[in-house]
Design a protein around this ligand. Structure first.
Ligand code: PMP
Length: 357
């Protein structure tokens, strides 16, 4: 009875809760408070009118979605890879590009899925401490500065859960300083602020930029993400993906994703609105004595000197406001609060006034 010795054992990622109570103001998983583009609903209507289409397998190359994304980003379709949310894209990228023996590097305070993927794919990793003020220091990721090679680099820009963006010149230093490794820039939140690394693609073969439809395009439920890189990088990624499952992108996701990409105006209106709400909300928190890290994302990361993170989390929860809290020592007094509508954020401020007194 020793079958367990052949089992792959991992500690899974803990995602934010999806509560059942509709009265809860849900600001814990960085979803978008606005509906997706109107064209998305139209696509669903069309699908409803012709259910027989679902008999067939979807286009395994997601051609129309890939072409629309390529046109938007100003690259060739062969430079675009799509997947079931950026989680799927990044996991595939870990599997494909991080095969070396040297440790891959990512910040100590960052998206907590990175260490889980490293574990499940058996990739050695090292976390690099952010500075005192929660910033990424480019030298820490450059072999010529650290004196040690690495097996790859990944970081989100803006970083999560801090929301702090790394200037493009620093992003470029990390990419330029790692000609022997793939550098993945996870731009899950780039549409709310910060400078994208997309413009560096013509210069660097070792750069992979990853994006998601979950935040800025209000489509977390449809699970759509993509990566852009040079053709060679993307073809390696495709080979691995097609060795697992050819049909990851279902018909609805492909069509809905396309409709979203086709409505650039709606996209800009929504992201602009959220960034404006964020700046207003951050200022209101500061007025109330919070320390708020400078956010370029659709969330803020804040702490109040008189409350522990646990206490604030519980007090908010008791008043039906759900936010995210992490237990790592340096950030345990911070809360990550997703930016909702202006009305939702005003309600949160009223609740905070009750709690803080
Ligand atoms: N990267 C970062 C930094 C994130 O915060 C998230 C959201 N949890 C993701 C990637 C994954 O998003 P999705 O799989 O919904 O595209």
């Amino acid at each position: 009875m020793n079958w367990e010795r052949n089992v792959l054992r991992v500690t899974p990622y803990t995602a934010g809760e999806q509560p059942k109570d509709p009265e809860i103001i849900k600001l814990n998983t960085n979803e978008n408070p606005y509906p997706p583009a109107p064209g998305v609903v139209q696509v669903l209507e069309e699908m409803k009118a012709d259910p027989a289409k679902m008999r067939l397998y979807p286009d395994m190359d997601s051609t129309l979605l890939v072409e629309a994304l390529a046109a938007r980003e100003g690259v060739k379709p062969s430079q675009v890879f799509v997947g079931v949310g950026s989680d799927d894209v990044i996991s595939m990228a870990f599997m494909t590009f991080f095969r070396g023996e040297d440790k891959i590097l990512f910040p100590d305070i960052t998206y907590s899925f990175y260490s889980v993927w490293a574990d499940v794919h058996r990739i050695p990793f090292e976390t690099v401490p952010l500075t005192e003020d929660f910033r990424i220091r480019p030298e820490d990721y450059i072999p010529a500065c650290t004196g040690r090679p690495n097996g790859g680099v990944i970081f989100p820009n803006p970083n999560a859960p801090t929301g702090i963006a790394l200037p493009l010149s620093d992003v470029e230093r990390i990419i330029a300083g790692n000609p022997d490794s793939v550098v993945i820039v996870d731009e899950a939140y780039i549409d709310f602020g910060g400078e994208s690394a997309m413009c560096l693609l013509p210069k660097y073969e070792n750069l992979l930029v990853v994006r998601t439809f979950s935040k800025s395009r209000s489509l977390a439920g449809m699970r759509i993400g993509y990566a852009v890189g040079n053709e060679k990088l993307i073809s390696y990624l495709q080979d691995v993906k097609f060795s697992f499952n050819s049909y990851t992108m279902n018909l609805a996701a492909q069509r809905v994703g396309l409709a979203s990409v086709q409505d650039e105006d709606y996209f800009r209106t929504c992201t602009g609105r959220i960034s404006a709400t964020r700046d207003r909300f951050a200022a209101a928190l500061t007025e109330r004595g919070f320390e708020v890290l400078p956010s370029s994302a659709n969330f803020v990361f804040a702490r109040h000197p008189q409350f522990t993170g646990d206490d604030l989390l519980a007090a908010l929860r008791a008043r039906k406001v759900l936010v995210r809290h992490f237990k790592a020592p340096r950030i345990r007094d911070f809360l990550r609060i997703t930016i909702g509508t202006d009305e939702q954020m005003d309600a949160v401020l009223r609740v905070l006034d009750e709690i803080i007194g």
